[in-house]
Design a protein around this ligand. Structure first.
Ligand code: PMV
Length: 338
């Protein structure tokens, strides 16, 4: 039986956002969400299962991969979130023992590029693989969701993925709408802030209902959701673009009008949004979306991507540009981190 496994899992970018939970502890969302799984922004996680009692061990490589540092003991806040999830997975599998974990990202963590989605998806799948434990994709998605990072439930699948909000209790999982080959869309990420954000998405979910606009969002969402889903299935970029940009503005309107208010946007964010608008004026196919952070994901077609990336890199407001696109989902790796 294997006792060690390494999984690379991608992040994802939501076209329709998960924001607000009916049951935050189990990450049961108020609304359905739909995302594109990425290819280059990934978390790599090695899990080793060990017999006997004792504490889990959690190592990470410090968040900015450019630092080039080695693995070190993860800081307490991160380690305890990981350990709680390891306990949960141990209960689910009934395996006993303890785990050693090492994890790293290819992109800046906690800056609106869903590092918790890729990280907890990778961790969940690596634990299952280290134990040689078969799980259906629905179970994988549910287990990833129970980490508390709801968007991790979408990262276990590739391509275009939806996460309906109709589950209850423990049962609530994502499913694929279309595989990556269905539509080659790109995500050029304009990083304007690579440090960690001030307010976690968990706090954002917690405060969402305090916004006077939250109910309005929920009322309008089914129509937008159906339109986004149809546009993805029809590969209709002209229809999809305006919908996803409006959706991102909605999310941030809720955040900014929550109590206390959450401002993820920075002046540089607005500069990028304006630049993308003017790119469209010049005929480029590019629309913006943002997660809970200041960085802007510019969703574009393969034809427009090189010019979009070049123009974003030329903006004073942009620290760096990450070029990504739709990807096939997580995979096992032979090279272990431990
Ligand atoms: O999965 P969480 O709890 O990190 O929340 C994700 C929130 C957003 O990234 C803003 C939206 C989404 O659906 O990915």
């Amino acid at each position: 039986m294997p006792n060690k496994a390494t999984v690379r899992s991608p992040s994802n970018i939501a076209f329709i956002k998960y924001w607000g939970a009916r049951d935050l502890e189990h990450a049961i969302p108020e609304n359905p969400s739909l995302s594109m799984t990425l290819k280059e922004c990934t978390s790599l996680c090695t899990v080793e299962h060990r017999d006997g009692d004792g504490a889990h061990e959690v190592l990470w490589r410090a968040p900015d991969p450019a630092d080039g540092g080695g693995f070190e003991t993860a800081p307490p806040a991160f380690a305890s979130r990981v350990e709680r999830h390891l306990d949960r997975l141990r209960d689910w599998t009934g395996c006993g023992g303890r785990f050693r974990v090492a994890t790293e990202n290819t992109f800046p963590a906690a800056a609106g590029i869903a590092s918790s989605a890729s990280g907890f998806s990778a961790l969940t799948l690596a634990v299952l693989a280290a134990l040689g434990r078969e799980a259906s994709v629905e179970e994988q998605s549910e287990l990833a969701r129970l980490s508390g990072s709801g968007s991790a439930s979408r990262s276990v699948l590739g391509g275009y993925v939806e996460w309906p909000a109709d589950g209850a209790g423990e049962r609530c999982h994502a499913r694929q709408v279309a595989p990556a080959e269905h539509w080659d869309l790109r995500d050029v990420i304009a990083v304007v802030e690579s440090g960690p954000k001030q307010t976690s998405s968990l706090d954002g979910h917690r405060r969402a209902r305090t916004s006077p606009y939250f109910e309005t969002r929920l009322e309008r969402l089914p129509e937008r959701y159906a339109a986004v889903r149809d546009a993805v299935l029809a590969r209709d970029f002209a229809r999809l673009g305006p919908l996803i940009e409006a959706e991102a503005i909605d999310l941030h309107t809720i955040a900014m009008t929550s109590e206390p208010a959450i401002f993820y946007w920075q002046p540089a964010t607005l500069e990028v949004l304006a630049a993308v608008r003017s790119m469209r004026g010049d005929g480029l196919e590019a629309w913006s979306t943002l997660d809970a952070g200041a960085n802007v994901h510019v969703i574009c077609t393969p034809t427009s991507e090189p010019e979009v990336a070049g123009r974003l890199a030329g903006l004073a407001a942009v620290e760096k540009v990450l070029r990504d696109g739709v990807g096939p989902g997580p995979a096992l790796e032979d090279q272990h981190l431990l």
